[in-house]
Design a protein around this ligand. Structure first.
Ligand SMILES: [Fe+2]
Length: 263
């Protein structure tokens, strides 16, 4: 499996605190069947984002795990004015493995209308935004029509693996399941921060997905699509978005019908 969203690089944000913790997380990921992992520290006003340091930490870990686990860098990109200015000039500082996919996170307390334009501008700059864990964001959960609009506009969606298993509460789990049914999920990732409460574990979500949606969907969301993002290729598996998704005002669409997947 390929994990495109983790905080495995130590000493950069609220993820791994030490090299030892990064190493323990990497061992856990390998044990779980993860072959590629992206360290995506927050590029957020609360944390200094220093691209040189991010790369240094990645290289340090890569040298210890050569041949066992492939590391790349990216970030959890906050749509602040400063970040948006900077990414125009230096996209490779922020994108997954310095290709064209970008993890974008939204604040829990406010998503101003200007964010729609910000996403569009990123796309015009040739970047492919991936909205991270919208199922954990109460603002997006209650106004899912916005999320669906972003998807129609060409954005992708990454759900946290543990959300599907109920570790982020019932609302997050229900939204994740509804959006899976609606064809609105393109990636699962661990968003790992440590080895205890937020571990780099994807296998349990893989089993869950395989049971609920079949092997092909599990592979699409945990192997094929994330690998394509890692390598900067178009996504091989894009589900058809439910036609009525988000169109009824204020309601999260529920489609129990299995979605048709375009392979
Ligand atoms: Fe994250």
């Amino acid at each position: 499996m390929v994990d495109i969203h983790t905080h495995i690089l130590f000493g950069l944000d609220d993820g791994a605190e030490s090299l030892d913790m990064s190493v323990a997380m990497a061992e856990m990921a390998i044990e779980d069947g993860i072959t590629h992992i992206v360290g995506t520290p927050h590029a957020h006003p609360n944390h200094d984002f220093i691209p040189e340091l991010v790369k240094e930490r990645r290289d340090e870990l890569q040298s210890r795990f050569e041949g066992r686990l492939t590391f790349a860098t990216g970030c959890d990109f906050h749509l602040s004015f400063e970040n948006l200015q900077s990414i125009r000039l230096y996209p490779e500082r922020y994108t997954v493995n310095q290709k064209n996919y970008l993890l974008v996170e939204f604040a829990d307390f406010s998503i101003p209308p200007s964010m729609d334009q910000a996403l569009h501008d990123l796309q015009l700059a040739g970047l492919q935004p991936i909205i991270t864990h919208p199922e954990r964001n109460p603002l997006i959960r209650v106004k899912a029509d916005r999320l669906f609009r972003w998807i129609r506009q060409g954005c992708y969606v990454q759900v946290t693996a543990q959300s599907l298993l109920g570790k982020f509460g019932r609302s997050a789990k229900e939204s994740a399941e509804e959006w899976l049914d609606a064809g609105a999920v393109h990636f699962l990732a661990s968003d790992a921060h440590n080895v205890t409460t937020r571990p780099p574990i994807l296998s349990s979500a893989f089993s869950y997905l395989r049971k609920a949606h079949g092997e092909e969907v599990a592979r699409a969301l945990l192997v094929e699509n994330p690998l394509a993002a890692f390598e900067g290729r178009p996504l091989p598996f894009v589900p058809q978005l439910a036609e009525d998704a988000g169109l009824s005002p204020g309601a999260t669409p529920v489609r129990k019908k299995k979605r048709f997947w375009i392979f």
